[in-house]
Design a protein. Structure first.
Length: 234
């Protein structure tokens, strides 16, 4: 198992007291991974310390405001790629099939394209497969790094580190297209309600998804579309 990818999966998961207790071990794993530069490892320390020491309720509130109430910071990767189009449903079905073929059965209520779930899966795969899929999402990691940097959030260091592990040359045009979307205001509940009411997610079989290989399914991340809001019931 790639313990670094597993650690990043945990860092991006909803904070719990169990996660707080594991931060010492997680910090040790990340500090010793020489695939990351010294600068990248140092940048991760504030997040590790914050999760370790901050009040759990504050951590939970911060996480929800960042990742659950901000579409532009969504941890569901296909939302940045397909929005709420039918293509997202087909990609989701294919990703589930890929997990099953690899014997990976995530015990979670999250969607299969949820980044912590994908990272847990990649931690069980070969380095080549993991790096290729991270490279497919490189422009997403870059955009999220910049958005979180604007908010002065220590979570940005995780996405910067994932980008480094991908060893990918970022598509500047794709990043610029993502950053054209205005940042959400997670405290504007009325605006958020309007966003979630606009459309419904439809997860149906994709007739073109005949080959459930991870690399092929996520390759469309190289051509992101403007995201369409999620439905409130999602």
């Amino acid at each position: 198992m790639d313990r670094t990818l597993k650690s990043f999966s945990l860092l991006l998961s909803y904070p719990t007291r169990g996660l707080q207790h594991a931060m010492s071990e997680i910090g040790g794993v990340l500090a010793s991974d020489t695939r990351l530069t010294v600068t990248a490892r140092r940048a991760l320390r504030p997040l590790i310390e914050e999760i370790s020491r901050r009040d759990i309720y504050d951590l939970e509130e911060q996480y929800v405001l960042l990742f659950d109430r901000s579409r532009t910071l969504s941890l569901n990767l296909f939302e940045h790629v397909h929005g709420e189009s039918r293509d997202r449903g087909g990609a989701m079905v294919s990703l589930v099939e890929t997990y099953r073929e690899a014997g990976f059965d995530p015990v979670t209520s999250e969607l299969p394209d949820h980044l912590p779930v994908l990272l847990e899966f990649l931690s069980t795969q070969s380095p080549v497969v993991a790096q290729d899929i991270l490279a497919d999402a490189a422009h997403i990691f870059q955009a999220l790094t910049e958005r979180l940097g604007r908010r002065e959030s220590p979570y940005g260091a995780v996405f910067a580190a994932l980008l480094q592990l991908s060893k990918a040359k970022v598509d500047a045009t794709a990043v610029a297209n993502m950053l054209e979307q205005p940042d959400d205001d997670p405290t504007d509940l009325e605006a958020l309600d309007e966003v979630w009411e606009e459309s419904e997610v439809l997860f149906g079989p994709d007739p073109n998804a005949g080959c459930p290989q991870v690399r092929d399914m996520l390759a469309r991340m190289d051509s992101p579309v403007n995201p369409t809001p999620r439905h409130a019931a999602e």
